[in-house]
Design a protein around this ligand. Structure first.
Ligand SMILES: Cc1cc2nc3c(=O)[nH]c(=O)nc-3n(C[C@H](O)[C@H](O)[C@H](O)COP(=O)(O)OP(=O)(O)OC[C@H]3O[C@@H](n4cnc5c(N)ncnc54)[C@H](O)[C@@H]3O)c2cc1C
Length: 464
């Protein structure tokens, strides 16, 4: 069993084991709750209440926090200002096995759940790395899930171990400029060749994170025209395709252009253009025309991860603001002595704590329903499958919404607490405020979550 923080943070060099292996070997009871543990891996002040998390989650939090401490805020400031990919951060996480946290052990992953992966993403954002740090690995953790579940053994064995080791990176290509949130009407097509050996992809994607550095893209495209399907959710297919590096893109039918953006500038976001781009038929993941069902499976997991990332940003911002409010003296006393400064921060903290409960509740439901699914598939008793998918959906969407709103409140108040210094790069809070808009917009907007709750929970008429 894991005994001390020293043991965790300084694994025996002779054994050459990574921190993640420590997590795996030092934790045996996934669902056991744990007592509060003093969090002292770094000098930073962590304010989240950790009572009630599992031993696994706390071990992940401590180990990831220790790793992130090697990438201080100055690293993220520079990479943001220079729009430079944090490739050494990605490599450090890969080296210790973190990218495979929620991937099967048979493919080199750790087989942990979304509850642990959410904690990992939160810890990364909370370290000061913010959304940039989280987004530099997000798709590798999340977009690989459909491949692990629906891909052929060949596809899995070719790609997943390379993603886990950091040799390859991946991105997720869904959003399109002309259809936006109306995903079912996306216009990118993949037409099968007459010999059945390949598809030809034509269309455009937008906002694709990390496409410049990714070797693979999980691409959603229409394989049967909308007019020929019974429901718009049919006729879409998922592919795991190669992205040629810039030197061999010329004439390939694939091109991309970086988007200048407000925050998270260390990671690239792109428009991607396909013009009769040829992909082998064996890049299809799962059954043709069933791609939407396949990605739907992972959407609740992604909402949990995003909620964790938002929480991380929010806690980092409130902790930083409280520190400043304790030290900054104006009118002969610390500004934190003014309730006009203290109360908004206390309120922001409580909003984060509430969103935290919603987030880890959703992640737990997700993991329990996935475990039940696996057990039933292996011939287990069907009556164990008592968690309805729509309950998981409501929990995951609510968590993403609440965490994103709480993060925005926290980051805005952190900037205001700093007065003019809140506007200075050096104090980080301006970077976090710019970044905290992302969980409000992506992967699904606040408005669409409210549409969903209005319709599915309150029984109101569908508004779109
Ligand atoms: C930094 C960043 C990274 C991203 N990374 C990726 C990525 O890696 N891969 C990927 O595929 N996508 C990515 N996205 C895209 C993201 O998922 C979309 O931006 C998001 O889903 C919103 O779609 P849209 O921008 O087209 O908005 P639109 O669909 O144009 O919507 C615009 C506004 O109208 C509102 N609206 C639209 N319809 C309704 C309605 N019926 N009722 C109420 N309100 C409505 C929306 O809520 C929104 O506020 C990223 C986006 C950002 C900003």
């Amino acid at each position: 069993m894991f005994r001390s923080l020293r043991q965790l943070t300084r694994p025996d060099p002779a054994s050459n084991r990574s921190l993640l292996q420590y997590v795996k070997s030092n934790t045996t009871c996934r669902n056991a709750t744990t007592h509060h543990r003093c969090f002292s891996a770094t000098n930073r002040r962590h304010i989240m209440e950790t009572t009630g998390f599992t031993e696994n989650q706390m071990t992940v939090r401590e180990a990831v926090s220790t790793l992130c401490a090697k990438f201080p805020n100055s690293y993220w400031q520079e990479h943001d200002q220079n729009e430079e990919d944090p490739k050494d951060f990605h490599a450090a996480l890969a080296k210790d096995g973190w990218l495979g946290i929620a991937l099967p052990e048979t493919l080199g992953g750790s087989g942990l759940g979304i509850s642990e992966a959410t904690m990992m993403m939160q810890t990364i954002a909370e370290s000061g790395a913010g959304m940039a740090g989280a987004q530099s690995i997000h798709a590798n953790v999340y977009a690989t899930q459909p491949l692990a579940k629906f891909g052929t053994l060949e596809q899995q064995q070719e790609t997943i171990p390379r993603i886990i080791s950091g040799e390859w990176r991946t991105c997720f290509g869904v959003t399109e400029p002309n259809t936006g949130l109306d995903t079912l009407r996306l216009r990118t097509t993949a037409r099968k060749s007459s010999d059945g050996h390949s598809y030809s992809v034509t269309g455009q994607k937008i906002w694709i994170t990390c496409a410049q550095v990714a070797r693979k893209m999980m691409l959603l495209a229409r394989t049967t025209p909308l007019e020929e399907v019974r429901k718009p959710s049919e006729g879409l297919s998922l592919f795991c395709i190669d992205l040629p590096d810039p030197s061999s893109r010329e004439g390939s039918g694939l091109d991309m252009r970086k988007i200048k953006k407000m925050g998270g500038r260390a990671v690239d976001a792109n428009e991607v253009f396909f013009d009769n781009y040829r992909i082998p038929a064996d890049t299809l993941v799962g059954t043709e025309d069933q791609g939407f069902k396949i990605i739907l499976h992972g959407m609740n997991a992604e909402r949990c991860l995003l909620a964790g990332e938002a929480l991380g940003l929010g806690y980092a911002a409130v902790a930083r603001a409280a520190g400043y409010a304790r030290e900054r003296v104006v009118f002969g006393r610390p500004i934190g002595a003014n309730q006009g400064i203290a109360h908004p921060l206390a309120d922001a903290y409580m909003r984060l704590e509430a969103a935290k409960l919603a987030t880890y509740h959703a992640a737990r439901l997700y993991d329990q329903s996935t475990a039940a699914e696996k057990e039933i598939a292996a011939g287990g008793d069907k009556s164990i499958g008592t968690i309805r998918q729509d309950a998981v959906g409501v929990a995951a969407n609510s968590a993403k919404y609440l965490a994103a709103e709480a993060a925005f409140t926290a980051c805005e108040r952190a900037v205001l607490t700093h007065g003019g210094m809140g506007y200075a790069m050096e104090y980080d809070v301006e970077r976090w405020l710019r970044e905290c808009l992302v969980p409000r917009i992506a992967p699904v907007s606040r408005e669409m979550i409210m549409n969903y709750i209005g319709e599915k929970v309150l029984g109101l008429p569908r508004s779109y």
